[in-house]
Design a protein around this ligand. Structure first.
Ligand SMILES: NC(=O)c1ccc[n+]([C@@H]2O[C@H](COP(=O)([O-])OP(=O)(O)OC[C@H]3O[C@@H](n4cnc5c(N)ncnc54)[C@H](O)[C@@H]3O)[C@@H](O)[C@H]2O)c1
Length: 424
């Protein structure tokens, strides 16, 4: 994590890193220029199935050869959803694994080149570490962790990826959207003058929830409803709101905040079915360059949605989601007019291109930074404290359960209460 604080020093140490986070790899890649690349999927839910399709779309010489999920019924759903890809997604039964150790069985398969990690984020640090140890290229969905202990573990793995010449693509998908890349480039070229503040929101309705079944133990219930348990999702600010926090970091050049100061609570998702997470947050970050940013996120059924990033400067402002720049009178002075590839496909195009040409992508530094910023905001809202970067880096919070066993009994944590819930 020191590398996050001293990112510049780190980047200097890891030679040949481009602005986009590509890494020249002279020991790996030449033999991969044209050969088939075998992909495995770990976490066969909505995003995992989508990411597998994105990898198959990205290059005709990619095959999906193995899948894993803690719940066996998810495996067939994944296979069926990818039928259109024919032999490229025909998975032998021996390469379909279930259970908590399913991920390790995938890592043990020599023929797998790339792993797609799309379980709930709690498992990401463990799965990333296993992938690096097994020498696999990695696509890891956001967020990369749900607590600081997990974040530090991922940061270590990211450095190991660099040392081993392995790809690390974190699924902060907006960074791969050409429309947003061009808008950020325009901001960086001075189109809004000197940046003064950023205002972001990820306010939306409710998400899915599976009512508890009589035959589900505590762990199974929580796993099937992972959004609503902080140890699994990090709460919705880390799980979903993190997209805006990442875009904010991007616009600011991925510097670390001095502090986060926030609040939140739950007003509409109050029943036990919704675990113990909040349904709204409001956060202010302060950066050393004098910039303050504000971020709200909400998941409340029946409310108006708003997902936006407004980057304000002395000469105007940018609406990043609309790819437009306005002057101080609100007149559009620039907008992106070209086309762009689907950003989810683009993530895998970059990943595979990097493996084929020996310049593997590694965007782990900023992805860890953004993940840590989300965790910091949640900790501030839960405790009511102003959380500085130093406090965050020294946090002892570790939300790992005692054992991974679907039948295990597990407490339902209390809803955090600012002023009472301690910062640890
Ligand atoms: N970038 C984006 O736009 C985007 C969109 C949606 C989701 N996501 C991210 O993708 C991840 C997955 O989200 P989702 O919507 O697909 O959730 P999901 O619930 O649909 O899928 C998660 C899958 O992982 C499986 N799983 C849980 N624990 C596991 C374990 N230990 N080992 C193997 N499998 C396990 C579950 O059974 C489930 O099938 C999350 O981190 C989420 O934040 C990103």
């Amino acid at each position: 994590m020191d590398q996050i604080i001293n990112r510049r020093n780190f980047v200097k140490a890891g030679a040949a890193v481009s602005a986009l986070g590509t890494f020249t790899n002279t020991t790996f890649g030449q033999d991969k220029a044209n050969s088939t690349l075998n992909v495995a999927l770990i976490g066969c839910g909505g995003r995992g199935r989508g990411a597998a399709a994105n990898a198959l779309n990205a290059d005709p010489n990619v095959k999906l050869v193995a899948i894993a999920d803690v719940f066996p019924e998810r495996l067939d759903i994944a296979v069926n959803s990818l039928k259109n890809y024919g032999h490229r997604a025909k998975i032998e039964t021996k390469n379909m694994f279930s259970g908590f150790d399913a991920y390790q069985k995938v890592m043990d398969l020599k023929e797998v080149d790339i792993v797609i990690l799309t379980t709930p984020p709690h498992f990401r640090p463990q799965h990333i570490e296993a992938a690096v140890n097994a020498g696999k290229h990695i696509f890891a969905e956001k967020p990369l962790a749900i607590d600081v202990a997990g974040c530090k573990k991922v940061m270590d793995s990211v450095q190991k990826c660099k040392a081993k010449g392995l790809t690390f693509v974190a699924g902060f998908c907006y960074r791969f959207d050409k429309k947003k890349q061009e808008t950020i480039a325009k901001i960086n070229s001075g189109a809004i003058g000197r940046m003064t503040n950023i205002q972001c929101s990820y306010n939306t309705g409710g998400l899915w929830m599976y009512p508890r079944q009589a035959n589900w133990g505590d762990m199974e219930w929580q796993m099937r409803n992972w959004l609503y348990f902080t140890w699994l999702s990090g709460d919705h600010i880390v799980e979903q709101g993190i997209h805006n926090i990442d875009k904010m970091g991007w616009a600011l050049g991925d510097i670390t905040p001095e502090y986060a100061y926030g609040m939140g609570g739950r007003q509409s998702r109050v029943g036990e079915d919704y675990g113990h997470v909040y349904d709204h947050f409001s956060i202010q970050y302060k950066f050393a360059n004098g910039i303050y940013t504000n971020f709200t996120c909400r998941q409340q059924k029946g409310t108006d949605a708003s997902v936006s990033d407004i980057i304000v400067g002395t000469d105007g402002y940018a609406d990043l989601m609309k790819h437009r720049i306005y002057d101080n009178e609100g007149k559009v002075v620039w907008r992106y007019k070209g086309g762009a590839m689907n950003m989810y496909d683009a993530e895998h195009v970059e990943l595979i291109k990097g493996i084929r040409n020996g310049k593997v992508v590694n965007n782990g530094d900023y992805a860890c930074n953004s993940t840590a910023m989300g965790i910091m905001a949640r900790m501030s809202a839960y405790t009511g404290k102003k959380v500085t970067w130093d406090m965050l880096m020294n946090s002892k919070e570790d939300l790992t359960p005692k054992a991974y066993d679907l039948n295990a009994s597990l407490d339902l944590p209390e809803v955090a209460q600012p002023g009472i819930t301690p910062f640890v």
